[in-house]
Design a protein around this ligand. Sequence first.
Ligand SMILES: Cc1ncc(COP(=O)(O)O)c(C=O)c1O
Length: 520
Amino acid sequence: MNKTPAQLKAEILRLTREYSALTHGANRPAPDNAAPFVPGTTTVPYAGRVFNADEVEAAVGSTLDFWLTLGPEGAAFEAELAAFLGVKHSLLVNSGSSANLVALAALTTHKLPAHRRISPGDEVITVAAGFPTTVAPIIQCGAVPVFIDNDPATGNARVEQLESAHAAGKTKAVMLAHALGNPFDLGTVLEFCRKHDLWLIEDNCDALGCTYSMPVARAHVLGFTENSPGIPSDGRHVTRYTGTWGDLSTQSFYPPHHLTMGEGGAVNIVHRPPLKTYAESFRDWGRDCWCASGKDDTCGKRFQWQLGELPKGYDHKYIYSHLGYNLKPLDPQAAIGRQQLKKLPAFIAARKRNWETLRAGLADLGDYFDFSLPTHATAWQPEEKPETGKLKPEVTESNSGFRSQVSGFTWDSSGSHCDPSWFGFMLRVQATAPFSHTQLAQHLDQKKIGNRMFFGGNLLRQPAFVQLKRDRPTAFRVVGEFPGADEIMHRALFLGTYPGLTPAMLDYEIATIRAFVRAG
Ligand SMILES: Cc1ncc(COP(=O)(O)O)c(C=O)c1O
C-alpha cells in the first residue's frame, strides 16, 4: 500500500533521529557528550554547536516542508525569543553582524524626529576593543563612531569617559557590546543616555541569558519596574536580561554563541513598537509594506497608497521607504533555533558552571594572571560548599556591597550587580610573568586546547582602521588614549565555557595551564 505524505515524513524523521543519535554523539551537551576524550589528542574546542536529534529532526522536517524563506518557523522563533527575553519584538536576520547593521540603520530613518534621527556625520559612542561588526555599521550608515577606552578587568567600556565623548547636537546613540557575556555598566550608560536623549543599542551577541540587577529606586527612575520573565524578585533590585535595557539589542546565532542556527541573528525591539517597522524595512529591501512572507494586503490598502512621487495606487508591495538590504535567514534555520531555545536555560547554567570551574582551578595563579571580573564585582572567592542539610549563607549587605550567593563575587557600592552567562573565560597574562599571552596561546594550541584573543583587540590598530584613518581622517573620532584596549590586545586571551565542555576537558585545561606556569 502506498504511504501517505504524513507517513513518509514521520518515517524520514524517525530515521533522521536514529541517524543523529548514531553520528552526533560528540555534539551533545555535557554530560551526555559521547566523544571519547584523550587528553592531548582530542581537541578541546573553545566553542561549537551543541545539539542532539531534536535540532536535526527540526531541520529536516522544515526542509521537507520546503517553505525555505523566512516563514512559520521564523515567526514562531521570533515570538518565542521575544517571550523569553520579555521584549516587544524580536526580528530574525542572517547574522549578528546583520543585526547590528539593521539596528543602527533603523535609527537613520526619516520617520524619526530630526533630533533623534542618526543623520550622516552624527556621532555614535562605542568602545575600542571588541568585535569589528559592533562598530562597522556605524560607519556603513554614514555616522561617526567615537571611541572610548576599555576597562581591561571587565573588557567593557570605561563609562567614566562617556561625558567627554559627548558632543551636543551630534551624539545620537551609544552602541556597546556586553564583552564576552560580561554586562557593561547599564546603570551608568542608561543614565547618560537619558540625560542626553540618546538611543542605546546593546550588542548582546555574546550575552544571551546574562542578567543585570540595579536597585529598585534607580531602575524606576530609568523607567524599569519589572524583572525579565521567570526571574524571581529579591525585593530590592530590578533584574533583567541584558538586551532588554536599551532601545534595541542584537543577538548572534553563529555556532560559538549561546544558541545556534548555523548562521543567524536577531534584532530585539525592547519597548518602542515603531522601531520594529523601521528595522523590518531595512532588513527587507527597504520596503514600506509589512506583509509577512506569502501574504498580500495586510494593511487592506495595497492599491490606495500615494507615497513619494509615485502615482496613487502604486502596488504597496513595491514601495520602498528606505535604502534597505535583504538580510533574512531561512526557515529551516529558525526551526533549528526553536529547539535550541528550549535548551537555553540549561546552556546558560552550563556556561556559568564551566566559568566557575576554570576560575576555581586557576585561583592560586594570581601571580601570573589577572582574571576577569563581572562589572561591579571587586573580588571573587570560591564558594564554600554548604554541608549537607545546611542552608547556603544569607546574602548580607554592607556599605561595600554584598556577596553574591550565586557566584562568590563581592560587589562595589553602586548597589548594582550582574550574573554573566559567559561567552568565554578571559584572563590577562601579567606584564611580569615569564611568558607572554602569545606564548601561552601557542602552548595551548600545541596541547589542542581551543583559545582566542579578545576578538580584534584594539580595533583602531587593525589594518582596516589604520587605512580608514589615512583615507578619511574624520571617519571616526577618539577620546584620549587607549591603555585599557591596548592592554587587552597585548595580554588577554580566553578559553571556552560552552556547554559541550566535559569535566574531563576542563580538568585537562586547568592541569595544562598549571604545568605551563610551573615550567615558566
Ligand atoms: C560582540 C559581537 N557582535 C557581533 C558579532 C557578529 O556576529 P555574527 O558572527 O553572527 O555576524 C560577534 C561575533 O561573534 C560578536 O562577538
